[in-house]
Ligand binder design. Structure first.
Ligand SMILES: CC(=O)[C@@H](O)[C@H](O)COP(=O)(O)O
Length: 255
């Protein structure tokens, strides 16, 4: 069970909703993924025209918890404003803080992210900041009350998978809130590795939305997250430098 603030989830896969080839494919991929949490950029929604065709009209929203994100924000002020807008529109009190500080690489601004997180926690939001893979910043975010930490595996949309598994492990080891690896996941093997390292969940979008068959990839990601979690709980074997026969070599009758 994944616990984020007051919310409980069976699925550990959180899914983005941008850039699918069609709304029909998106809604089938969402179902196939088994996700219970859907994230979307608040800036993409026209809150004044809720009847406009959007994924929100296609899905049975009782089955999902919405996680609006502040993508597009370039300062703590903008992120806080977007989060307030989401709450005022009755969307959800859970928010993914995303403040970009490097436009070219879409990397998060650590200082603005920390500031926005602190202010939104004070305003009693359930706050999930998207951050780099810096273990010290992850600690600071927890100190100001973040309900989960979402370190990037690699730049958003890059599909490069986990660049720094060591730092990610440090964040996971020290965390007292859920760690959800967010952004840069390219293939199910990346998602499985994040879970094997001990992450509590994975958030991804591009790897499914841009796949040749998004619906099949959504299923692949679901299975990978489940497999990685099982492997983490089961405990993998240690890596050895030398070979070791996997069949017993003693005690046979012909010896
Ligand atoms: C949808 C969303 O929140 C993205 O900003 C997120 O970070 C996913 O990144 P990928 O598209 O790389 O999976």
């Amino acid at each position: 069970m994944l616990n984020i603030g007051p919310y409980r989830f069976q699925s550990r896969l959180l899914l983005g909703t941008g850039k699918y080839p069609s709304l029909d494919i998106q809604s089938r991929a969402v179902q196939e993924s088994g996700t219970e949490v859907l994230t979307f950029a608040l800036q993409r929604l026209d809150l004044d025209q809720p009847t406009e065709e959007s994924f929100l009209n296609r899905l049975d929203l009782k089955r999902y918890r919405l996680l609006p994100n502040t993508a597009g924000a370039r300062s703590a002020d903008e992120a806080v404003r977007l989060a307030r807008l989401a709450r005022a529109s009755g969307l959800c009190d859970m928010v993914k803080v995303e403040v970009i500080g490097d436009e070219k690489r879409l990397l998060p601004d650590p200082i603005a992210t920390l500031e926005a997180t602190r202010r939104l926690v004070e305003e009693e939001f359930i706050v999930l900041p998207y951050t780099g893979d810096d273990p010290v910043l992850a600690q600071r975010l927890q100190e100001v009350g973040a309900h989960a930490i979402m370190p990037g595996a690699s730049p958003i949309g890059s599909g490069q998978g986990i660049i720094n598994s060591l730092y990610l492990s440090f964040i996971i080891q020290d965390a007292s809130v859920p760690v959800i690896v967010d952004a840069g996941i390219g293939a199910p093997s990346d998602a499985a590795l994040a879970m094997e390292l001990g992450a509590d969940g994975v958030l991804l979008n591009s790897a499914v939305a841009h796949a040749g068959d998004p619906v099949a990839m959504a299923r692949g990601m679901r299975l990978a997250v489940e497999a990685g979690r099982l492997a983490h709980l089961a405990g993998r074997i240690a890596k050895k430098e030398t070979a070791m026969a996997s069949s017993p070599t003693e005690g046979f009758v012909n010896q």
